[in-house]
Design a binder for this molecule. Structure first.
Ligand code: GLU
Length: 293
């Protein structure tokens, strides 16, 4: 068996915190223990939120922590053409459609529907797409696109699930409710997810599956907040003919009030801790990892 391939895939939209340190160190430990490789990927497709100084800080913070990666860093914004090709493939099979409602319109439509009955929500709590994109004719779509109306390309989830049939994944860690082992994917729980936008030819879901496949990633180690996203990832892997890695979702670190750490949680930021004199060895202890052997 070839050695396993792990990856750490942060988004440069803020400074790394203890939660990232845990994920990066765990990936590095697992790679070392199995004689595998650890890759670093910068997930920077959201140009409105990503900043070069945050990317630079990722390299500095990982270096300080002692997390070394193999090979070249892959930056998603360098590969937009590749994602565009995958979108074209899905479109050619009639699996995606443009949806023209703005965020505000979507919120209004959901509120309207909820006056009658509860409207379905995805595992992150966001409402399913309530709009009429799927019903528009080819001529109506072409007209709106020509008029320059912004749009999101959404997956026709019903059609995609029908095509793919039952899918599952191997979970070596566990989900938010302790799910482990062979997990049945439930992509339909997400509704018609966004695959790309007019301005950005991809989305988190699409680029993550393409990059994991192209980089030969065999074991995805990441926070349990992404556990149910794996359903969408398995579906896209199936539709695009990409291999499925195994997954190891880990528990999220929480702050003293039990909230999930976020990039704005100043006191757990690695830079702040470093400036306060905390050592990388102490960081390992703080995130609950034993000293490396
Ligand atoms: N870029 C994502 C994040 O920073 C992680 C994606 C993943 O590991 O699949 O939360």
């Amino acid at each position: 068996m070839p050695p396993p391939v792990f990856r750490f895939a942060p988004s440069p939209n803020g400074y790394l915190h203890l939660g990232h340190a845990y994920s990066a160190l765990l990936n590095a430990d697992l790679a070392r223990a199995s004689g595998g490789r650890l890759l670093l990927r910068i997930e920077d497709i959201d140009r409105t939120r990503c900043r070069p100084q945050f990317e630079q800080a990722i390299y500095e913070d990982l270096f300080w922590l002692g997390v070394a990666w193999d090979g070249e860093v892959r930056r998603q914004s360098d590969h937009l053409e590749l994602y565009r090709d995958a979108v074209t493939q899905l479109a050619a099979r009639g699996l995606i459609y443009p949806a023209f409602e703005s965020r505000a319109e979507i919120a209004r439509l959901v509120a309207e529907k909820e006056t009658v009955a509860p409207w379905p929500r995805d595992p992150d709590g966001a409402p399913h797409y309530p709009g009429i994109g799927k019903q528009l004719s080819a001529a109506q779509r072409a007209e709106l696109i020509a008029a320059g109306v912004p749009y999101a390309l959404r997956l026709d989830m019903t059609a995609a699930v029908e095509l793919a049939g039952e899918l599952n994944w191997q979970e070596l860690g566990c989900g938010p409710a302790g799910e482990a082992g062979t997990i049945m994917a439930r992509p339909e729980a997400w509704g018609d997810v966004i695959i790309a936008r007019k301005e950005t030819p991809t989305s988190y879901h699409l680029s993550v599956v393409i990059d994991d496949a192209l980089q030969g990633v065999t074991e995805v180690v990441r926070g349990a907040d992404l556990f149910w996203s794996t359903s969408v990832h398995r579906l896209l892997q199936h539709l695009l003919g990409l291999p499925a890695p195994v997954y190891r979702h880990h528990a999220l670190l929480r702050d003293a009030e039990g909230r999930k750490l976020s990039k704005s949680t100043g006191s757990t930021g690695l830079r702040k801790l470093r400036a306060a004199g905390v050592t990388p060895a102490e960081i390992r202890t703080m995130v609950g990892l034993a000293a490396p052997v």
